[in-house]
Ligand binder design. Structure first.
Ligand SMILES: Cc1cc2nc3c(=O)[nH]c(=O)nc-3n(C[C@H](O)[C@H](O)[C@H](O)COP(=O)(O)OP(=O)(O)OC[C@H]3O[C@@H](n4cnc5c(N)ncnc54)[C@H](O)[C@@H]3O)c2cc1C
Length: 387
């Protein structure tokens, strides 16, 4: 039973590890010449940490991560408007919440796969998938073709050729806002409590996630009707124009982050679809469901997919259509809910109506965060043996 995984991102690598641990014969095909590092950082919430433990790498992740304690919300003038106790969430879900630089997560996943003697074929850009007499083959731009028994499409959200094969359409939907993301280092201890800080303005947002006392990743977001250019020369002036009247700490972070560590992203997602497989091709991660960053769950859900696909195929290896159906049934409603929840939060955070934003901040201030944590724990644990 040969399995070919298209895309060596968080979903593809973690699925490869989970399947290899069950004894499957795996090859991963990645278009880039080395592990992809797009994005600044990730929060591995407790549901993701459960999977990372199952993959045998939670201790390695812990060694380079921040153990987050609180998520504090502020208005754009710095007034506190709510605080979520991450330790309490962790206790309910029985796993930690770790913030990690994406490059470090990718490195640990890649090392684990190498330990398991799995091939990652870099510089293999998928050109197309086609069905010749019942067997699906994958054509790469370098001229190679493969015809594995199972093809897992983990080729991301922006132009997944596996999604195109399964769903006929793979066009992502621009959600009307930009994120500048960056990684900030400093020489003194300033993030002593490892608290996430989330500032909400009117059509604007700035979030800071510490990794250690001296390192954090951040995201500055703003509504933008149209997709414009991405010119690094303009990043700092664009950010300063937006955030110079926000708390001074934000300006410091923007100005002290090297330009080489800032990226600008026009943020897209996909509508949920009700089918993730066709013939012997199954989708996972962003190729199947790609929630907005406001969900905080994109990578976490890709990790959950990895754990579930390995279990489903292991249980029903003689009946692949049944295994695919089981996987889809287990994953569809949770991931659709997260996608829609991400959109709902984005429409509130990036709302441009001043009165709405005042009410929103008041509602945040009056939220019962103990209750909110119970709801989060229930939703994020669903389908996993953790609560
Ligand atoms: C700005 C931003 C911030 C985010 N922050 C968070 C966060 O804090 N927490 C969180 O959980 N999630 C976050 N996410 C979401 C998260 O990054 C994704 O959900 C996650 O990376 C999905 O993993 P994946 O493997 O499915 O896709 P990806 O990680 O995108 O990997 C897809 C891989 O496929 C490869 N590929 C693509 N096309 C081809 C091709 N034709 N041939 C071969 N290979 C191909 C790519 O090079 C890439 O390596 C964020 C996303 C964005 C945009």
């Amino acid at each position: 039973m040969k399995i070919g995984i298209l895309g060596g991102g968080i979903g593809g690598l973690s699925a490869a590890i989970a399947l290899k641990q069950k004894g499957f014969d795996i090859d991963v095909y990645e278009r880039h010449s080395r592990p992809s590092e797009i994005g600044a950082g990730i929060v591995c919430w407790p549901n993701a940490c459960f999977v990372l433990e199952e993959l045998g790498i939670l201790d390695k992740i812990a060694a380079v991560s921040g153990a987050l304690t609180y998520m504090n919300r502020f208005s754009s003038s710095g007034d506190p408007i709510g605080s979520l106790d991450i330790n309490a969430l962790n206790q309910l879900m029985k796993y930690p919440s770790y913030s990690i630089i994406r490059k470090d997560l990718m490195h640990i996943l890649t090392q684990r796969l190498l330990e398991l003697n799995t091939n990652i074929h870099y510089q293999h850009n998928v050109d197309s998938l086609s069905n010749n007499n019942g067997k699906v083959s994958v054509q790469f731009s370098n001229g190679k073709n493969i015809e594995p028994d199972i093809i897992i499409g983990a080729d991301g959200r922006m132009n997944s050729l596996a999604r195109k094969y399964v769903n006929n359409d793979n066009t992502p939907i621009y959600q009307g806002f930009i994120n500048w993301i960056g990684i900030f280092d400093c020489e003194s201890d300033i993030f002593n409590d490892l608290c996430v800080a989330d500032y909400w303005g009117v059509g604007e947002r700035f979030g800071i996630v510490p990794i250690s006392k001296r390192k954090a990743y951040w995201a500055g977001g703003v509504v933008s009707k149209n997709i414009g250019d991405i010119n690094p020369d303009g990043f700092k002036s664009e950010l300063n124009e937006l955030f110079s009247r926000w708390p001074e700490f934000i300006t410091k972070i923007i100005n002290e982050t090297p330009l080489s560590r800032i990226n600008k992203i026009y943020v897209h997602d996909h509508d949920p679809i009700d089918n993730w497989h066709k013939d012997n091709v199954i989708l996972l991660g962003d190729a199947a469901h790609s929630p907005l960053p406001t969900s905080g769950q994109g990578a976490c859900q890709a990790l959950e997919d990895a754990w579930h696909i390995a279990n489903c195929l292991n249980e029903d290896i003689d009946d692949i259509p049944k295994a695919f159906k089981k996987f889809t049934a287990k994953r569809m409603s949770k991931t659709s809910g997260i996608t829609l929840g991400g959109r709902q939060l984005a429409s509130s955070i990036f709302n441009q109506d001043v009165a709405f934003c005042q009410q929103r901040n008041l509602a945040s201030k009056n939220t019962d965060y103990d209750m909110a944590i119970v709801g989060m724990a229930k939703g994020w644990s669903s389908g996993l043996p953790i609560c």
